[in-house]
Design a protein around this ligand. Structure first.
Ligand SMILES: [Zn+2]
Length: 300
């Protein structure tokens, strides 16, 4: 890997020169922004849930088999509040916005905390593929509509009792089929993609097509291997597809590239890429294991 200062200088120039910037973001960006699912942030916000259920973090708690909808919604109301409803745009996301706001940009993200929207990014240039904590849908996906949940979440939190249950009348029911409502998160085959989702998806496709006409910079933040086929692998392919495309990948532990060799795909560490890729492609790939916040600071 090249020296850090050389890579930041290079990235600064790439941002300057780019006609188009496509940001791809996963959980690692929100973790870097301070929205951690474990540690102090969890202990500070969920002491009563640690005591009652033995929860250790906000990730595993989402899979807990709650005995009743009243208990499940009490937990999720708090989870949604802590990660979305009660959060403003964070410093890191705002800084990223300042960096690219005057460029022709687009954002694709698997994050459901809406930090991009809260930090100034244009919702017309934004595609959240996996849903949002801020929306409700029918749990059986009987109809194709989403509902804002802010007021309901606040009321649930206010009325959660000492046993960590909400009143039964607050358990949201589908206005069409009467089944329970659920958060709009992609976790099973009942995920609802509403008209807005399809519109965002089309805007993403259109942006990618348009961006092939100029210099495109891919800025990838904190995407691991939970759902690499959504952003990470397509970015790898884009990088290899054109001399006009550069990729800067920010990842604490995984800055590999996917490389096809004799019909097989391999994850190749950055320092072995020259065995598989031409120097021209290597030149257009900028890996960063360093802290995202610190690196963004260097770019101003
Ligand atoms: Zn329904």
């Amino acid at each position: 890997m090249e020296e850090y200062s050389k890579r930041t200088e290079k990235l600064k120039k790439l941002i300057n020169d780019a006609d188009y910037i496509l940001i791809g973001a996963g959980a690692g960006l929100s973790t870097a922004a301070g929205l951690e699912y474990s540690g102090k942030r969890f202990y500070d916000n969920f002491p009563e849930y640690m005591k009652k259920y033995g929860f250790t973090d906000m990730y595993t708690s989402m899979f807990y088999p709650f005995k009743s909808p009243e208990e499940r919604w009490a937990y999720f109301a708090k989870h949604v509040y802590v990660n979305n409803t009660g959060m403003e745009g964070t410093y890191l996301y705002k800084k990223l916005y300042e960096l690219i706001k005057d460029k022709d940009y687009f954002v694709i993200t698997t994050n459901t905390d809406d930090q991009f929207l809260k930090s100034g990014f244009d919702k017309e240039r934004f595609f959240r593929t996996q849903g949002s904590y801020s929306k409700l849908q029918c749990s059986k996906a009987c109809h194709n509509k989403l509902y804002d949940n802010e007021e309901l979440i606040l009321e649930m939190i206010e009325k959660t009792d000492e046993d960590l249950k909400i009143p039964s009348e607050l358990v949201p029911k589908c206005p069409v089929c009467g089944e329970e409502m659920d958060l709009n998160l992609r976790k099973d085959n009942f995920f609802v993609e509403d008209d807005e989702w399809h519109k965002q998806n089309q805007a993403y496709v259109d942006f990618r097509k348009k961006a092939l006409n100029g210099k495109l910079l891919l800025l990838e933040f904190g995407i691991g291997f939970n759902t690499p086929i959504i952003i990470r692998f397509p970015f790898d392919e884009l990088l290899k597809s054109s001399d006009n495309i550069n990729l800067a990948r920010f990842n604490r532990s995984h800055v590999e590239l996917t490389v096809e060799h004799n019909g097989q795909y391999y994850l190749v560490p950055e320092d072995e890429l020259d065995k598989y890729l031409s120097p021209e492609i290597n030149e257009r790939y900028l890996p960063f294991k360093e802290d995202i916040g610190n690196t963004l600071d260097e770019l101003f």
